[in-house]
Design a protein around this ligand. Structure first.
Ligand code: PMT
Length: 399
């Protein structure tokens, strides 16, 4: 899951040679899950055909301020309101100057003035133009108005000069655009998150496990990364792609998860234990597949280490958040686990329902600490994860 997932981004292209790279920016933003619309200046059309960008974005390219057809569909004010972020790439020296002066003589300028969205520019110009005091002043003014300045790069330029002024590579720009959405509440914090089920081997082909899909833990990892944390995600076997900007440590059994979690917590600030760890494992694992000769088989099980308890008692400075998966008396059992496992907070959820809990895209939960309790009504796991991250930040005074 990316920070850019479902984000609405206008890619504004002004007239410079780097405009050819905008096609790749559009594609990469879409690959990261963003919805993209393209607005071009008249100058940009000299460098790249609108048709290319229309084909890539899947939407008409906007260019005219006074286009009655566009205004009847999505006009410039609607476009300005629609966007979560306006990225101007490339941003020429002239376009940057026109932003500073608040000109509204082109569609792109008008959108810049009208939009409440985050605005980012990727400067692209000759090194002499970039170094000129007029440009430096303009960049400083935009920066003071909270416009994000992405780049430029230094290197060989289209004109043969060498120096600063090249537009950054599309992959780097897309990373920086994603960073613009980070809330930053957990900046500088190191988080360990456990997710998914564990598998406890019976023999080489069979195991004991549960219904955890990992969705809750992965959503937490994405939300924490979005909030600026350095995230280590320790995951049992799931069918999910690795979340962006997280270090993923895949594990299989509870013992593996225990070892990985204790090692990762040694230099972490926060642990969120969302994994559904198998409480028991077979005492012995058959080396060969067990044959079906007998009508009944007795499996002797022994208890796995309680990972979240072990981490809470070993690392006294760690802020530890557990989950309680219950099928009845949810709050009472959760409070008992909060105390017994020595946790700072617990997220209680009902796993007897099919619309929330295991494997669902949604969840409903209660955040409980020794002194507070807060209900989160049914919502997507993505949103719940963000709410849990906010609750942690609030507890730690990081708002
Ligand atoms: O993965 P999903 O399909 O998205 O489903 C999400 C979820 C239901 C798995 C998740 O929201 C959840 O409730 N996770 C905790 C599941 C669980 O094992 O709860 P528990 O009440 O049995 O355990 C309490 C706490 O102790 C949990 O934080 C658990 O990670 C931890 N634990 C349990 C046993 C053990 N040996 N070690 C542990 O660390």
């Amino acid at each position: 899951m990316s920070t850019l997932s479902n984000k609405r981004i206008i890619v504004g292209i002004s007239g410079g040679i780097a405009a050819y790279k905008s096609a790749e920016i559009v594609r990469r933003l879409q690959d990261a899950g963003a919805e993209v619309r393209v607005v071009m200046s008249r100058g940009a059309e000299e460098f790249i055909r609108p048709l290319t960008l229309q084909a890539l974005s899947g939407h008409p390219v906007h260019a005219d301020l006074l286009d009655p057809e566009a205004e009847a569909g999505m006009g410039h004010i609607e476009l300005a309101r629609w966007a979560d972020l306006l990225l101007i790439a490339p941003a020429t020296a002239d376009f940057i100057a026109s932003m500073v002066h608040g000109r509204a003589n082109s569609l792109l300028n008008a959108i810049y003035l009208a939009t409440p969205a985050i605005v980012a520019v990727a400067p692209a110009m000759n090194q002499g133009m970039w170094s000129h005091p007029a440009t430096s002043d303009n960049i400083q003014q935009l920066s003071q108005r909270q416009v994000k300045i992405l780049g430029p790069d230094t290197g060989v330029q289209a004109c043969g000069d060498i120096g600063p002024g090249r537009m950054q590579q599309p992959a780097r720009l897309v990373e920086q655009v994603a960073d613009c959405f980070a809330t930053g509440k957990l900046s500088g914090k190191r988080l360990v998150i456990t997710a998914g089920p564990t598998r406890e081997a019976i023999d080489p082909v069979r195991y004991i496990s549960n219904h955890s899909s990992g969705k809750m833990g992965y959503a937490l990892a994405a939300a924490a990364a979005e909030a600026g944390a350095e995230v280590t995600l320790i995951s049992g076997p799931v069918n999910l792609g690795p979340p962006d900007r997280c270090k993923l440590i895949p594990v299989v059994s509870a013992a593996d998860m225990h070892n990985a979690t204790i090692a990762a917590c040694a230099d972490a600030d926060i642990l969120i234990a969302a994994a559904a760890v198998a409480d028991y494992r077979p005492v012995s694992v058959a080396t060969q597949k067990i044959k079906k000769h007998a009508d009944a088989v007795n499996l002797e099980l022994e208890k796995n280490v309680d990972i979240v308890s072990a981490a809470a008692s070993q690392f006294s400075d760690l802020y530890v958040v557990g989950f309680a998966a219950e099928t009845q008396d949810v709050e009472r059992y959760a409070r008992d686990k909060l105390e017994r496992k020595n946790l700072d907070a617990i997220v209680a959820n009902d796993v007897s329902r099919s619309d929330v809990g295991f494997n669902s895209d949604n969840n409903e939960a209660r955040w409980i600490t020794a002194t507070a309790s807060k209900a989160f009504s049914i919502r997507s796991k993505t949103q719940l994860a963000r709410d849990i991250v906010d609750a942690i930040a609030e507890q730690l005074g990081l708002q």
